[in-house]
Design a protein around this ligand. Sequence first.
Ligand code: URA
Length: 200
Amino acid sequence: ASEAMVAAQAAGDLDALRDALEAFEHCALKRGARNLVFADGIPEARVMVIGEAPGREEDRQGKPFVADAGQLLDAMFAAIGLSRAPQTPDAGLYITNALPWRPPENRDPTADEIAMLKPFLIRHIELADPQVIVLMGNWACMALLGRAGISRMRGTWQEVLGRPAMPMTHPAYLLRNPMAKRDAWADLLDIQERLRAKGT
Ligand code: URA
């Protein structure tokens, strides 16, 4: 973990952080993954979404949230005017995951993996410097709040690195439980409200 801390802290910008992850050889997940999945979207965006880990398609393409859950995620944020490829800078969205490599067979991350890679995630947030963070699902909450329990935490503002952070139900869950979309919609409106209150 201390190698990760040194490597992450030394990164002065997002390109350097990506390079530091490419060069990091202490995490076994990397050996089973095809690609590093660093981030997608607009690094300058006001909103940074943090998911769990790449799945099969994300691992293939080297981009987060590109399969079914990703399509729903894009539709959800489009509904509040945010996207990875925005018409205007303030409509941007920046997307990453708690883990940058796919766990074998999409198994859950381990506590050790999350802890080992956390310095990179923290540095990623510092360098992207978003106004609002979205913790997409239990694993993002585990990584950054140290606890899970998304059904209780969703919809309640938390704090991550001094920034407002909204835990939300993961879109993969919403695909299986469409009834939960109503709560997710309320959370999206909360995020929109927060951005309005901050101006721009
Ligand atoms: N689920 C996630 O949490 N992240 C991805 O990138 C894809 C699916």
